[in-house]
Write a protein that binds this ligand. Structure first.
Ligand SMILES: [Zn+2]
Length: 276
């Protein structure tokens, strides 16, 4: 498979730290990234900051409490700010959890997140592992997360961006959905969960509500209409002890003949964008 990586990295996970240091000094020798370091960021996930005495050198910081997977995404996000936005905000960037974990933001924060996802999980590679029509299990998505060195959440969000399937991720704790993300085809067919303005209680008969932290991630339950939506879904769930959260993967039925077509053009390859 690696021979197919025309322009992209041929090795995963992407070594984003070395990339930030080496690429920036080669490409922008007058304003390179000089440091990539862990620090106690006191509630923030990451930062891109100019030097205190030399404003034309930059440093990337990531919170020292992060796992290696989270830190990799954070550094890639800050590298995105460096490449795309540093002229717009010469005082630098402080980035919080909503940005880096949930990717529920607009504007430059969304651009930096998109850059990070493109860089760490190139679409051509991800699609070769999980084709757009395939219905992956949590184990298969976990294999992708390990390949790319990212969190399971980050890998699922990336897959939801390109799948042709109607599927959804629900992140919950203590009986309530904290946030959820539907694939484009699911959203366009009216299947999504609102969590911003209202509270969503997990369905009483759902696997996640009945099993909680004891759930077996290899179990797939076919739920009848009325449990999650007005149609059957396949539900599987994994508990994350680190954050005391559960991730629930929902697969709705395949597209009908009147299909919910993706109107979005194919995403550009990460390195096409990166090289520009
Ligand atoms: Zn940011």
């Amino acid at each position: 498979m690696d021979a197919a990586h025309r322009d992209g990295p041929d090795r995963y996970p992407v070594d984003v730290r070395s990339l930030a240091l080496q690429y920036s000094v080669q490409r922008f020798p007058d304003s390179p990234i000089k440091r990539v370091e862990a620090d106690d960021l006191d509630g923030f996930e990451g930062a891109l900051l100019p030097g205190e005495t030399r404003k034309n050198v930059w440093g990337i910081l990531y919170d020292s409490k992060q796992t290696a997977e989270r830190a990799r995404f954070t550094v890639a996000h800050e590298l995105g700010h460096y490449l795309l936005h540093r002229d717009k905000q010469p005082k630098g960037f402080w980035c919080g959890e909503d940005v880096i974990v949930r990717r529920e933001v607009e504007g430059i924060e969304k651009e930096a997140d998109t850059f990070a996802a493109f860089l760490l999980m190139p679409l051509h590679d991800f699609r070769a592992l999980i084709p757009p029509d395939h219905k992956p299990t949590l184990e298969e998505l976990g294999d992708c997360a390990r390949r790319y060195g990212v969190s399971l959440t980050a890998a699922i969000l990336r897959w939801l961006e390109y799948t042709n399937r109607r599927s959804m991720l629900v992140v919950s704790n203590e009986g309530f959905a904290r946030w959820a993300k539907a694939s484009g085809p699911a959203f366009r067919s009216g299947k999504f969960i609102r969590t911003r303005a209202s509270v969503f209680e997990l369905p009483g008969a759902s696997l996640v509500a009945t099993m909680g932290a004891d759930v077996d991630p290899t179990v797939v339950v076919r739920q009848s209409a009325g449990v999650w939506f007005d149609e059957p879904v396949e539900e599987s769930c994994i508990a994350s002890s680190r954050y005391e959260m559960q991730l629930t993967l929902l697969h709705l039925g395949a597209q009908s003949a009147r299909s919910w077509h993706s109107e979005a053009p194919d995403e550009e390859d990460s390195f096409d964008r990166f090289k520009r």
